[in-house]
Design a protein around this ligand. Sequence first.
Ligand code: NAP
Length: 226
Amino acid sequence: MGDFIVTGARRGIGREVALALAAQGNTVWALSRTALDPAEWNFPQIHVRAVDPVRPDHWRLFAEELRAQGRTVSGLVNSAGYLVRKPLEELSPEDFADSFAANATAPALAVQALMPLFEASVHVVTLSSMGGFQGSVKFPGMAAYSSSKAAAVCLTEVLQTEFNDRGWSFNVLCLGAVQTEMLAEAFPGFEAPVSAGEMGAYVADFAQNGHRYFRGKVLPVSSTTP
Ligand SMILES: NC(=O)c1ccc[n+]([C@@H]2O[C@H](COP(=O)([O-])OP(=O)(O)OC[C@H]3O[C@@H](n4cnc5c(N)ncnc54)[C@H](OP(=O)(O)O)[C@@H]3O)[C@@H](O)[C@H]2O)c1
């Protein structure tokens, strides 16, 4: 039981992770770029905050609030992500910049801002994709998304090395297809074998317990993609 921070909590897997962590009695800081309505969450221990994970100033203010409240961080789940699917000829520099900002830089900014509040046993879980898993099957149109998700994988490995002696744990989950709005927008008609609720419950459990078994690991979480 502790304080968990979840980015990209407005919808999809992030929302389900926040709900599952709260259902298990944790205090959850559900972050979104938009101001979420606390009344929608039904859990008094879920606190919603407007934090755009690509904005260092937002992270600073949020960390300041936690510090002022005397909170410490047990876990961070980087679920926010941005998917643009276009042929390479149509991908703009902004598409690449936005993808890398949301998928790779944001998790680093989160750690930078929150690390003074990390508990010794903190677990940082970043959601990457099978597309960013080295040697996996790749799909056309995913150059910006998959390469930025691969950067998130490498980031996790580097952070584990950099902070290993503090006892902190960093793991990255490379997800296969999960039925969310992101998937439906990128691959209309495709039916994923796993719902957002199922994956959210799995990630919530992993965030609480996975660091007993895994540290600095890149884990494929997929029943379909090789
Ligand atoms: N669904 C899948 O099949 C699948 C597969 C592999 C990996 N993943 C990864 O799992 C995570 C959750 O995915 P999901 O399917 O739940 O997606 P989703 O429903 O689109 O939710 C992603 C969240 O990311 C935030 N976001 C979107 N664009 C952003 C941007 N440009 N900058 C910062 N934040 C942004 C949004 O949060 P706010 O609006 O609340 O800020 C949104 O709620 C993502 O990192 C995704 O890449 C998903």
